[in-house]
Design a protein around this ligand. Structure first.
Ligand code: UGA
Length: 239
């Protein structure tokens, strides 16, 4: 099956660095569609040009987070962008496996083949997340029997956005299912709860969750002490 990689992204100094790195990873992965959703009121030329020149099969969408309306705003990070991509998959009657990939994470290309073999929903370890070196499903005899997570462990699904993949069959079966913006404590779980997923139905991947193949990394923004002096920066083609 095809993998739909859903990536919300927003304008910041490290955006193109992150997208370039992720794009280079994706160039090594066959049969994918990269759905990039800009958190913006318009599709920027910068990101459009970047995607077109990447030669990766992609869809470029946009929707702006309503930062000004809702408090606290942090619950909106990437949420309505991911929901827009889910709507696009449904409206265009697409079929395959969906993965929610932040633009700044680090991915071993092996993770995509683990994802591809998902039947309905699967999970695997994620590194550098939840205040730990890694979080992971506890796997015994190829069944998930619990979770190794300390950040809000009472969540029904205590895992990161990067730690699961889901079949479009489930999305089509539950056309209203989406991430809920007002449930940041159970952000990942909000979709899974709508999809009526039971914890014991989740397929463990990555060798019974013993292999770490994705990391929740962060790119450090430079301090740019001299930013007002470097006028040349604005004439670069892709800024
Ligand atoms: C954590 C999780 O790992 C994310 O998967 C989850 O989306 C996020 O929390 C959340 O709270 O929603 P974190 O490092 O805090 O990740 O989030 P970012 O990596 O900064 O953002 C997640 C994604 O949303 C990125 O692809 C980012 O480009 C995008 N984003 C972020 C926007 O589209 N708009 C924003 O204003 C901020």
């Amino acid at each position: 099956p095809k993998i739909f990689i859903i990536t919300p992204t927003y304008n910041r100094i490290t955006q193109l660095a992150d997208l370039s790195r992720f794009g280079n990873t994706l160039k090594l992965v066959p049969k994918i569609l990269w759905i990039v959703v800009e958190d913006a009121g318009f599709k920027s030329e910068r990101i459009g040009n970047f995607l077109n020149s990447s030669a990766i099969q992609h869809v470029h969408l946009n929707i702006k987070s309503p930062w000004d309306i809702i408090n606290p705003p942090s619950i909106y990070k990437g949420v309505i962008q991911r929901n827009l991509a889910l709507d696009w998959i449904r409206e265009n009657n697409q079929s395959g496996i969906v993965y929610f990939a932040d633009d700044d994470n680090s991915y071993d290309i092996e993770i995509f083949e683990e994802i591809r073999s998902t039947k309905l929903i699967s999970a695997f370890p994620v590194g550098l997340v939840g205040g730990l070196y890694y979080e992971k499903p506890k796997c015994l005899n190829n069944k998930i029997v619990g979770w190794f997570a300390y950040f809000l462990p009472k969540r029904k699904f205590p895992f990161d956005m990067a730690s699961f993949a889901v079949s479009t069959d489930l999305l089509h079966k539950y056309p209203e299912a989406k991430f809920t913006t007002n449930k940041s404590y159970e952000l990942e779980g909000s979709l899974l709860i709508d999809l009526k997923v039971k914890a014991n139905e989740i397929e463990p991947k990555a060798n019974c969750c013993r292999k770490l193949l994705v990391w929740h990394s962060k790119t450090l923004a430079p301090k740019r002490k001299y930013k007002n002096q470097v006028f040349e920066q604005i004439i670069l083609d892709n800024l």
